[in-house]
Design a protein around this ligand. Structure first.
Ligand SMILES: Cc1cc2nc3c(=O)[nH]c(=O)nc-3n(C[C@H](O)[C@H](O)[C@H](O)COP(=O)(O)O)c2cc1C
Length: 285
């Protein structure tokens, strides 16, 4: 049902995008037939995959739609997902952020550790910066907000000190090519420490800016992996305010190339931990 609807939407845009002249000649007609078949296969693939993977429907459509645009625009060879492109260039700095309050037995720490290990193996020259935020980070207060919204040139010494930790976290994020975040779901959302981290890195003029068209993220060309563990909450479901929030807020600061690894519903099915581990190793292979 959903796949049928998706197919109609894609076909509509495909027709809009295909040049009229191309559609009128023989190549155009043949291409349209191939494209229709392609969409059918794509849509059944979406249905097969969507049960197990987060945001698969969007990702698949984006990947395949790029390939289609390439054909239409005669630009072969660029039809890769952003993540594939990013993964093929060497990473220089990996920022690892762990938010689980558990030091031992933590699923997210195990997976983030394995992922970073793999990335290091792939990029031996990479520098790894680890930030364990589980002990908490300061919350924003009135002084912080005042300092943040004061022009950098006008800031007092006290205001500069107030922003020092935020400056360090922003600098770490700016310097990283790859960001690995390991986070549990606590009470349907991210741990308070991770929210505090988000508050400290979401800085106007540093990681996003206001424009006439609304806010624009300033962090470009970064790849993020987010490992999310939960007991019962399905990642990507209506009651998941962790992965969906992180996807949005990372995009807000410009980090749009994000892969999610869900080690979710572990109380329901503990074998999902192994499945997530396999996926982690595959993703970084
Ligand atoms: C304080 C607390 C709150 C939790 N809240 C949720 C929740 O809302 N939904 C859920 O599915 N699991 C919840 N869990 C389970 C954890 O998400 C799960 O145990 C996860 O594996 C923890 O990550 P870690 O293994 O990296 O420590 C909660 C666990 C704790 C300790």
């Amino acid at each position: 049902m959903a796949a049928g609807y998706l197919q109609e939407v894609l076909k509509f845009f495909a027709r809009l995008l295909t040049k009229p002249t191309a559609r009128e000649d023989r190549f155009g007609r043949a291409f349209t037939r191939v494209w229709d078949g392609y969409l059918n296969r794509l849509c059944s693939k979406v249905e097969d995959n969507r049960k197990d993977r987060l945001f698969t429907k969007t990702d698949l459509v984006a990947v395949n739609f790029n390939t289609y645009l390439e054909i239409v625009n005669n630009r072969p060879g660029t039809g890769f997902t952003r993540s594939e492109k990013t993964m093929s260039s060497p990473s220089k700095t990996i920022l690892q952020i762990d938010a689980s309050a558990r030091k031992s037995g933590s699923v997210t720490r195990e997976l983030s550790g394995k992922l970073v290990e793999r990335l290091q193996h792939r990029y031996p020259e990479a520098k790894v910066v680890s930030r364990d935020i589980s002990q908490g980070l300061p919350f924003l207060d009135e002084d912080w907000i005042g300092a943040s919204f004061t022009d950098p040139e006008q800031r007092s010494e006290t205001q500069r000190k107030t922003l020092a930790l935020s400056d360090t976290l922003v600098a770490e994020l700016k310097a990283a090519d790859t960001i690995v975040i390991g986070t549990p779901i606590y009470n349907f959302s991210i741990p308070a420490a991770l929210k505090a981290w988000v508050d400290l890195i979401a800085r106007a003029r540093e990681t996003f800016k206001y424009t006439e068209d609304g806010p624009v993220g300033l962090l470009e060309d970064k790849k993020a992996y987010v490992i999310v563990a939960s007991g019962g909450t399905k990642v990507g479901s209506d009651i998941d305010y962790a992965a969906t929030y992180l996807k949005h807020v990372l995009g807000f600061v410009g980090i749009t190339d994000v892969s999610f690894i869900a080690a979710d519903q572990l109380m329901v099915d503990p074998s999902r931990r192994d499945a997530a581990l396999t996926r982690t190793l595959e993703i970084a292979a």
